[in-house]
Write a protein that binds this ligand. Structure first.
Ligand SMILES: [Zn+2]
Ligand SMILES: [Zn+2]
Length: 293
């Protein structure tokens, strides 16, 4: 049974309308599909939905549910950033310290329209220009800030990154943890660290324990693989440890166009099986439940 709850459309940085995503999902044989555009953030960036489009997004995706009933189950979600602002930073139009997946961010009117959230960390503190430091974009910019601000100390950055993830999960857990170790992608531009180093294994271990405590799903995200030929997020050894800790998984492509909806899924299913998983958690009939892999 194929499902994907992490997807983007033209409401944020994806290509094609939500309906085109639905048609792609049906063509690729999905039983259920979730929309998860990047939730607006209270500062400028290149890829989040603009705040003024949120209401339309909610209404349009809702309407598609009804239109395609009987063909595919559709769910309205958001990929929400967790950005714990430092005390010295306040954006022009927002002075709340934290952007996270809850009613405060979305407003009491919009929140009940959401079926779920994917919680992701795309920012680690501020960069050398005093702006939120995006760790999910170009490696050139990432490395510039790493060298300028941290003297190349990747360990300090990774400890901050995983610390922010833990803070998100402890403070306000989303239903799905998004691309847990995506920051490792910069290793492809310059070898920065080895995942077997004990301090890194410790960070992962601590972080997984917060997931266990919160009872959330950790997705296996295939985007790095089909976009850049990289490993899955998270790495296979992390998936094995997740299985030992009985953390539920779902398999998502983080698609940004209709044809990517099941991209690299075979690899993710293989990795899940190799780790010992026999079930995935899916949202069906409005309930999160485990079904056979
Ligand atoms: Zn993301
Ligand atoms: Zn995404």
């Amino acid at each position: 049974m194929l499902t994907n709850y992490h997807s983007h459309s033209h409401y944020c940085d994806g290509k094609g309308s939500p309906e085109e995503q639905v048609q792609g999902a049906i063509a690729q044989g999905l039983r259920a599909f979730g929309f998860s555009s990047h939730c607006p953030v209270p500062f400028e960036n290149q890829w989040s939905m603009k705040a003024e489009r949120l209401a339309n997004y909610l209404v349009e995706t809702r309407a598609l549910k009804a239109k395609y009933e009987g063909q595919i189950e559709l769910y309205t979600g958001l990929e929400v950033d967790f950005v714990p602002f430092t005390a010295d930073y306040k954006s022009a139009n927002h002075d709340v310290g934290i952007t996270n997946p809850d009613e405060q961010t979305l407003g009491p009117k919009d929140f009940p329209m959401l079926d779920y959230c994917v919680g992701s960390v795309h920012y680690v503190g501020l960069n050398q220009f005093g702006q939120p430091w995006e760790i999910d974009g170009s490696s050139v910019e990432f490395l510039e800030c790493l060298d300028t601000l941290y003297g190349g100390d990747i360990r300090a950055v990774l400890q901050k990154y995983y610390g922010i993830i833990r803070q998100m999960v402890e403070m306000d857990p989303p239903q799905i943890m998004g691309h847990l170790d995506k920051i490792k992608m910069h290793n492809a531009a310059r070898p920065l660290f080895d995942e077997s180093e004990s301090w890194y294994v410790d960070e992962i271990e601590q972080t997984l324990h917060t997931m266990v405590k919160a009872g959330i799903i950790v997705e296996i995200n295939t985007r790095g693989n089909y976009k850049r030929g990289l490993d899955l997020y998270p790495s296979s050894w992390v998936i094995k440890r997740m299985k030992e800790l009985q953390i539920p998984i779902c398999i998502n492509s983080d698609s940004h166009r209709p044809e990517e909806i099941t991209a690299s899924f075979p690899l993710a299913y293989q990795a899940a099986k190799a780790a010992g998983y026999t079930e995935v958690r899916v949202l069906l009939g409005g309930q999160w439940q485990d079904v056979a892999l």
